[in-house]
Design a protein around this ligand. Structure first.
Ligand SMILES: [Zn+2]
Ligand SMILES: [Zn+2]
Length: 107
């Protein structure tokens, strides 16, 4: 493990390195290294992480959203199915089917 005080910034050869980026293992000066999600990373690593992360989470969110959509449709379908069943069952029970045995459609 080389001594950090002997290291120079990857981007600024004249500047002394203050930190080693855990993402790429390179040394950087105070200006080149930034705190990102409680971790100290160099600009290049942050950029690659930021570019990689939203795509993944967007795809994941889209999956969840479409899943919720189809779940909602399923719930609505089941709800309307049982609602129709109930609506059909009520007159049959109360009128013993006579409501649906109208004369106009028997012949
Ligand atoms: Zn890095
Ligand atoms: Zn620098």
């Amino acid at each position: 493990m080389p001594d950090i005080t002997q290291q120079r910034c990857r981007n600024h050869a004249e500047r002394e390195a203050v930190a080693c980026c855990p993402g790429c293992g390179r040394y950087f000066c105070r200006e080149c290294i930034t705190e990102h999600e409680d971790r100290v990373l160099c600009a290049a690593c942050i950029r690659s992480r930021v570019e990689a992360a939203p795509k993944k989470s967007l795809r994941f969110q889209g999956l969840i959203r479409s899943g919720q959509f189809f779940l909602g449709l399923l719930i609505l379908y089941v709800l309307f199915y049982y609602l129709a069943e109930i609506l059909l069952a009520i007159p049959t029970e109360f009128h013993e089917g006579t409501l649906w045995k109208a004369d106009w459609w028997t012949d």
